[in-house]
Design a protein around this ligand. Structure first.
Ligand SMILES: [Zn+2]
Length: 183
């Protein structure tokens, strides 16, 4: 018996967000997953978490999905119909997955170990949101293409200047000058 604890997180409409999933089999956590969402809303992130949970469980099973969001439960359960196009779209994907993967899904607010596993899913979602926010706001490194963060140069020719510095420093010395200190 699979129980999947899911959480979505975002702070605005729209804003960067994330989701977290903790898959348990007979009460034992067996797998977890998170994902970054470049632009989403709290409700859409919650539905995306459900969608990804349905991809994570084996076909022809009867998974129980546990979410702390009442609206997500009502939407997936068909008790409430969404008006926002992005919610309609994710809900359609959930229905398609359910049918194609021959799942019998039950959405609920509690399951074995709810407190612990739901908290873990929430943490995964929030951490993913923080990563999504950072990557949304930072340019790509001109040398290696990875993310950059704002730094202040402490020595050398650019001392006192603010730069975007590569997060792989010192392996990568890529930088973009933001503000040049004047002596
Ligand atoms: Zn770099």
């Amino acid at each position: 018996m699979y129980t999947v604890f899911v959480a979505g997180h975002a702070t605005g409409h729209p804003s960067p967000g994330g989701y977290g999933i903790v898959l348990t089999l007979r009460g034992m956590p067996t797998w977890e997953q998170d994902g970054l969402l470049a632009s989403t809303s709290p409700h859409e992130a919650g539905l995306i978490a459900v969608r990804e949970a349905l991809r994570a469980v084996p076909e022809r099973t009867q998974p129980e999905i546990v979410t702390g969001s009442r609206l997500v439960r009502r939407l997936v359960g068909g008790e409430q119909h969404p008006r926002k196009p992005e919610l309609v779209q994710v809900l359609r994907e959930i229905r398609d997955l359910t049918r194609l993967r021959r799942l019998q899904v039950r959405v609920t607010q509690t399951g074995p170990g709810t407190m612990e596993h739901l908290a873990r899913a929430q943490t995964l979602a929030e951490t993913a949101t923080a990563r999504a926010r950072r990557s949304a706001n930072s340019p790509a490194c001109p040398k290696c293409g990875d993310r950059m963060s704002v730094k202040e140069v402490r020595s050398g020719r650019h001392r006192g200047s603010r730069i975007w510095g590569c997060t792989n420093f010192p392996d990568c010395q890529g930088m973009i000058l933001l503000y040049e200190a004047q002596d």
